[in-house]
Design a protein around this ligand. Structure first.
Ligand code: PRT
Ligand code: ZN
Length: 283
């Protein structure tokens, strides 16, 4: 039995629950529950505040946890990142008042910076040999310059609209972050086995998301050229169509090369191209 800590509510909660579901792990999400157990996988799930997750995992109260890299690095606990999960993407950035002149990082010398990330902010300033005053606050960091508490802030940014509405501009990026799976450092063989099983499923889910299943019709005299354009898992499946002289070709395309390939396939004579999402992909 493995104990997994996820965020109780907030930006990572839904995606964490969705990932478990896509991995075929059935858990009931009791709104006010602290913990629950999967019915079909050796997993217990704890619902916690994200800030507490690294500590719980370090102490092995939870064996694994899903949390933002920003929190992992800020808390600096003795935990190991085992997998990047591809959701909860954001960056930790320094922002200053929009109208203010900002040349380079030296412009922060002697200024007051409000943040909920004192450790990462200090580390960044130290690395760049800048002395600034750090004001640690726990929320609504973006209003600090407006109310005269600070000259700058260091906070998470995703779309940038919070900075915009508060008259701030992003000037330095400290960290790119996404949700990750972490574990403690005292795993036994049985725990590792369950983790491997979970990772196997996570890989299949993530791989499938990055790929599409493609079906197309190809004139037989263009078949070699069209097959040459397709990677496939081993090689594409080619089936004869009722209409003589034509074949149906099935393959898998990755998201990043998708549109280029579709254009090339059309240009090579492919017709009736269908693209279908893949639910799981096991290599
Ligand atoms: O209650 P609990 O302590 O568990 O939750 P929380 O309020 O501390 O965290 P929560 O739910 O806000 O965020 C959880 C995690 O989501 C963070 O630790 C990040 O890893 C990730 N994440 C991704 C974000 C954002 N994007 C994000 N945009 N966390 C916060 N924000 C905030 C940011 O602080 C700022 O106020 O959103 C605002 C900026 O967003 P934009 O889109 O306007 O730029
Ligand atoms: Zn938090």
């Amino acid at each position: 039995m493995l104990k997994l800590a996820i965020q109780k509510s907030g930006r990572l909660h839904e995606d964490s629950m969705k990932l478990l579901k896509e991995c075929g792990i059935a858990i009931s999400n009791g709104a006010n529950k602290l913990k629950t157990e999967a019915t079909n996988f050796p997993l217990q799930v704890f619902f916690l505040r994200d800030d507490d997750i690294p500590q719980y995992v370090e102490d092995a109260v939870a064996d694994i946890g899903i949390v933002g890299e920003n929190v992992v690095y800020e808390k600096n606990k003795s935990v190991k990142t085992v997998e990047q999960l591809g959701f909860g993407g954001c960056r930790l950035s320094i922002a200053v008042v929009r109208g203010e002149q900002y040349n380079n990082i030296q412009s922060l010398e002697g200024r007051r910076i409000a943040t909920s990330y004192p450790h990462l902010t200090k580390q960044f300033l130290k690395k760049n040999k800048v002395n600034a005053e750090i004001h640690e606050i726990s929320g609504s960091v973006e209003i600090a310059p407006g109310i005269g508490l600070s000259d700058a802030i260091c906070d998470l940014v995703s779309s940038g609209s919070t900075l915009l509405t508060n008259g701030l501009k992003e000037v330095e990026t400290i960290l790119q972050s996404q949700a990750v799976l972490i574990r403690h450092n005292n795993f036994n063989a049985a725990q590792q086995q369950v983790l491997d099983k979970l990772l196997f499923r996570i890989h299949a889910v993530r791989k499938a998301k990055n790929n599409k299943y493609i079906l197309l019709n190809a004139p037989n005299d263009k078949l070699d050229e069209i097959i040459g354009l397709l990677p496939g898992m081993k090689s594409p499946t080619v089936l004869p169509l009722a209409d003589k002289g034509w074949s149906s070709v099935h393959s898998v395309l990755s998201e990043d090369e998708f549109w280029d390939k579709i254009e090339q396939l059309k240009a090579a004579g492919a017709q009736g191209i269908l693209v279908v999402p893949i639910e799981k992909m096991v290599m």
